[in-house]
Each structure stands twice: as C-alpha cells, then as structure tokens.
Design a protein around this ligand. Structure first.
Ligand SMILES: Nc1ncnc2c1ncn2[C@@H]1O[C@H](COP(=O)(O)OP(=O)(O)OP(=O)(O)O)[C@@H](O)[C@H]1O
Length: 424
C-alpha cells in the first residue's frame, strides 16, 4: 500500500509538485524511482530495478522515445494495471555522461481511437499521433509563424506544407516549392532570389525567382538543411529585411512570403556540426511539426496498402480483394525507410507482378524475401550494396532504382554522391 511506505525524498516531492507523474530510469534503462503522482496515475507502484521495457510500451519503439524527446503515446503497466499515457523522455547527463532519463507522463486524454480514420489534404491515417499533427497544422495555418516540418522521406511533408498554405489566409495566393537538395548552389541561388539579365552566362533575361513568384503566398523550402552556408546567410537577410536582391542586381525588391521549411534531418544537430546557422534555424522553426514515420504507426500500413490497391484498380490494373496473411505479416514487419511513398510503390509492384484476387508473399518485391537486415532508421542509411542491387535491377535507371527503393530521386542521388565522395 502506498500509504504504508516511507515518505519520498524531498527531491521527489519537489519533482512531483513541479512536474507531476515522473519516472526516473538509470542508464541501463531500469526503474530508479518515481513520483507519487506516477503511482496515482498507474494505480500501482513500480519496483526499483525493473526494466523500462517491461513497464512501458511506446508507440514506435523505446529507442526512438528515448532519443527524440517528443511526446509519444504509450501504455504504462504494472502487473495487470495498464494505462494509456502520453510520455516524453529527457536525458539526464552529468559531465557529458548519460546518467539516465526522466520520463514525464500525462494520461492519454481520449482512449486511443483506432477506428477514427481521416483524410487530411490527401493524407490518410487512423493514427492518433498523425491526427494530432493535423490539428496543429490547422491551428498554425491561421498564423504567420514560420513552420519547420520534420519527417523522413515519404512521410507527407510536402502535403503538410501545402495544407498549411491552403488553410492560411494566403491560401488564394501562390504556393511555390523548391527542393534545396536538388540543385547546385549557383543555380539554387538564382532559382530562389532571381537574377537580372546578364548576371551570368546564359542569363538572357531577368528572372524573378521563387521568392518573388511566391509574393502574397507561401514558399516551401524542402530539404532546407542542404542549403549551403552562404545561401543560408542570404536567406536570413531576405527573411529579416523582407526584400530580395536578385543575382547581379542592386535594388532590393520587397517580398511578402510565408516560409514553410522541411527537412529529414535534426536541424539542431546540423547547427551543432557547424553546417547550419543557428540564427536561421530559430527563424525557420518557430513552430516545429514532427511527422511520424510509417513504422511508428504500423496500424496504418494495411489500410493504406488496401487504399492504394483500390486506387490502382481504378486505373485498370489487377483487382486485389485481399492480402494473404503471410504477405500481411511481411508488410507489417517491414521497416519502410521510404515510408508511404515506398508502400505505394510496393503495392504498384505487387499489383503488376502478381495475378488473381489475392495478393501473395511472392508478389512482393525482392527485398521482402531477403533476410531482414534489422530496422533502418533513415532512407539515407541505404547502404552501397542495396543501392547497387536496386540499380542493377533497374538496368541503371536511377528513377526506377529510386522507385524500387521507395525513396525520392533526390535521396538516391544524394546517397550516391555521398558514397562516391567516401570512395575518393
Ligand atoms: N498518409 C498518407 N496517405 C496517403 N498518401 C500519402 C500519405 N503520406 C504520404 N503519402 C504519399 O506519399 C508520397 C510522398 O508524400 P510527400 O511528397 O508529401 O512526402 P515528403 O515527406 O515530402 O517526401 P520527400 O521528403 O521524399 O520529398 C506522396 O505520393 C503522397 O501522396
């Protein structure tokens, strides 16, 4: 009984008053102590030394929860008591050494509504976390705040950017998108800021650039972490002065543009590594929005697969009525480094390759019949061997290789370039 136990140390009482339900775990991920509020939330206490994995099942996985610091849905349990919670982990370090984590909990407000599905600006989900993101998008859209969308390739960043624009007072104005990873720096500069005639060889006429073309609307800067440092400085100037100076020009031109940026990287880490300006990061990420990966919302995999099969059927390919259990298991266990884009490509592949009303294991692309190589965390973790295999399979066609891997062409191109550099 909680009442028969000795009173908690003063530090825990303070933590209890300041932060409510908190669980402290050591560097070995074992329970060290917890606040009385956690005990009330769970209706039981947790024994010191119990492995965290035994008492907490987060959506996604424990590693992700402990590393990314965002609030996640989870189930907390002790014996037969299980409570749906929202949890956030803060690493505890002393003299640069990890001592453990503090996990702070609140009760999940509504019971997890797995039945509720939603289509939001072309994005389908029944996942509570992603639906929460949609609600944030609706709120932020009404403001002028800069938004940074963070998510892996294929999680729907561009759709979210478009939704932010469409729902904003600028919705009737232009929406321009530019991928900062897709162009060499000098071209990127003139694409962004425009150029005047004669600014460089081939500049036969003035060009307005994306900033001016987005005047009165929104500009989506995809893969913003790839922006070279000198262009970051120019970008900051534009955002601060609200004017652009075209390449080769002198006169600043006023621009009224809302910036929506996206990246698959942790910008903070790019700042720490000296690759991204801190002042620009603060300017861009007034409201950060995190898109969960497909593997963090496994409940979406099969319904999305069926939706894509339906869509394909309407375009006249094979009619699939159901997915065989063995194929279902493979789809659900896959790491989906290319997220929803990859899932759609896999469904397209399967509907072309297989026959009959049942989608079978053998209809799935080769990577599903290979021994699993462990979960991949990022599309850019593609190794040289995977790239080589995909390129061979695609007969050297990069677009097709990217399609097979379920990543964008840009991701493939960047990865190939990185591997080339590593070879040098
Ligand atoms: N929840 C979803 N429901 C339906 N389709 C989705 C969903 N999420 C992504 N997609 C589809 O996946 C593809 C990738 O989406 P989008 O281009 O928005 O992703 P992204 O994160 O911007 O990718 P990248 O960073 O590789 O450019 C699109 O074809 C989109 O329609």
């Amino acid at each position: 009984m909680p009442s028969s136990r000795p009173p908690p140390p003063l530090a825990l009482t303070a933590l209890d008053s300041l932060a409510g339900a908190v669980l402290l775990v050591d560097a070995n991920r074992r329970v060290a102590s917890h606040t009385p509020a956690l005990e009330s939330l769970l209706g039981a206490s947790l024994r010191e030394g119990t492995a965290l994995a035994e008492v907490l099942t987060p959506q996604g996985d424990l590693d992700a929860l402990l590393s990314h610091g965002r609030e996640t849905s989870a189930r907390l349990r002790s014996g037969t008591n299980t409570v749906p919670v929202r949890v956030r982990a803060v690493p505890l370090t002393r003299a640069d050494r990890l001592q453990g984590w503090a996990l702070s909990f609140t009760r999940e407000q509504a019971p997890r509504d797995t039945e509720g599905e939603e289509v939001f600006h072309g994005l389908w989900t029944q996942d509570a976390e992603l639906r929460r993101v949609f609600r944030i998008v609706e709120k932020v859209a009404r403001t002028e705040s800069s938004v940074l969308v963070r998510g892996e390739s294929g999680t729907g960043k561009e759709h979210i950017a478009h939704a932010l624009h469409a729902l904003s007072p600028r919705g009737k104005g232009p929406f321009r998108a530019i991928n900062c990873a897709a162009l060499p720096p000098n071209l990127l500069e003139s694409e962004l800021f425009g150029h005047v005639r004669g600014a460089f060889t081939g500049a036969v006429r003035d060009s307005p650039g994306h900033f001016r073309l987005a005047h009165g609307g929104s500009l989506f800067l995809d893969e913003v972490a790839e922006l070279p440092l000198d262009l970051q400085a120019k970008m900051l100037r534009v955002l601060e002065t609200r004017t652009v100076i075209p390449v080769g020009g002198r006169a600043p031109v006023p621009v009224d543009v809302r910036i929506i940026a996206a990246t698959h990287r942790a910008l903070r880490r790019e700042v720490e590594a000296g690759r991204f300006r801190a002042d620009l990061m603060y300017r861009l990420r007034v409201v950060p929005i995190f898109l969960p990966t497909l593997r963090e919302r496994r409940g979406d995999i099969l319904p999305l697969a069926l939706r894509f099969l339906d869509e394909l059927q309407q375009r006249g390919t094979r009619r699939v009525e159901r997915i065989a259990p063995s194929a279902r298991r493979l789809l659900e266990a896959h790491a989906w480094p290319g997220n929803v884009r990859e899932l759609r490509n896999v469904m397209e592949y399967a509907s072309v390759i297989g026959e009959g009303p049942v989608l079978r294991e053998a209809d799935l692309p080769p990577e599903f019949s290979e021994p699993p190589g462990g979960p991949r965390l990022d599309a850019t973790d593609l190794d040289a061997e995977q790239l080589r295999r995909a390129l061979t399979q695609a007969g050297g066609n990069r677009t097709e290789a990217a399609r097979l891997l379920g990543v964008s062409r840009v991701t493939l191109w960047r990865r190939l370039r990185a591997l080339d550099e590593a070879d040098e």
